[in-house]
Design a protein around this ligand. Sequence first.
Ligand SMILES: *Cc1c(COP(=O)(O)O)cnc(C)c1O
Length: 435
Amino acid sequence: MALTENQERMKSKEAFLQACTYIPGGVNSPVRAFGGVDVDPLFIERGEGSKIYDIDGNEYIDFVCSWGPLILGHTHPKVVAAVKAAAERGMSFGAPTLAETQLAEKVISAFDSIEKVRMINSGTEAVMTAIRLARAYTGRDYIIKMVGCYHGHSDALLVSAGSGLAEQSIPSSAGVPTAFAEKTIALPYNDSAAVEAAFDKHKDRIAAVLVEPIAANMGLVVPKSGYLKSLRQLCDNNGAVLVFDEVISGFRVALGGAQEFFGIQADITCLGKIIGGGLPVGAVGGRAEIMDLLAPLGPVYQAGTLSGNPLAMAAAIATLDVLAERICYRRLEQAGRTLQEGFEEASRKTGIPVTVNRAGSILSCFFTEGPIENFQDVQHSNIGRFKKFFSGMLNQGIYLAPSAFETMFVSLAHSEKDLEKTTESVYNVFRELAG
Ligand SMILES: *Cc1c(COP(=O)(O)O)cnc(C)c1O
């Protein structure tokens, strides 16, 4: 298939070269460099609904959605209007505003397990604070995390941390003293026997079990039936805090996140991505008894100059208001299922083996036979095939996450027509791959 000059994306190529002169790797977050797919990254000019437009003037159906936050799609009129109105009243005060209480109320009413919540600026900060709280609350040091789960880029959690790191074969990260990572125990996902064994080995020294209840940073890996419940029980039996990192799953699989979806309650919940509606917001919430350990009430320090920023609060409130109509989640589930069926049908017709993992509107197509239940299984995925698939889809006008270890996010802005075009493209590209 001959590409037109626009499809060769000459302006993006040039822009990337220039960016590399001034910015390490040309990007402000590593996955954006497209290192996993041998393609130059696109420079985006604007987005609208389900579409983004690059600086060469190409249109794409966007399934990255800013890596999850844009569950309403780009430039949703209610979100844009709320942010504009907030900007006109002032960008930031470093003093309390009514919007912060409003958003806190909404989060608390969405999550049964959250009695108090604090807003911060990113998912990374949410998890940092959750861990500090869990350690202070229990008076213990060790934390358990699962291999392939990502919890942001703080020192102690850059241990076996999935996607962005998975492809660079960096076991953790340079610049992290071993002593900082020493208190982090990394165990395979979906393996509650391993967690039980760790509790036996480190009796009374484990502060928290930290997990993505729906793992979405090694591609999508869903919890096996009973897994989350057993983590809940092990924490209860051993006096440890159960921390759910719902930065992706929160407001995504249900308004009340994976906790509502599976009917399991965490002690501390980390939120991010969707809660900011496209602006930088994170949140950490949980039982009042734990949350009240935070300064100024308690001895656990945590702060932020721009935390609870008025523009971010406005975007968040507008986004959650739209999502409060529960019909949204039925539509998202339906859209996710349509895509899953598209992949599976293309696989049957072309003989390309795939495993599609899905939870509502998050899904991953792994190029290998399943089941895929942990990071080790994910490694069997055929990366060479994924790279060809990614380029093929991009040339058909479908923008996917540029890594075999990331997921697709469907938004409420994706129309039937978008989904139809996408499944057609999947079939076309699978045929090329098989041919
Ligand atoms: C994205 C992500 C984070 C980090 O959030 P940032 O806002 O990028 O700091 C933490 N946990 C999970 C599960 C994530 O997907």
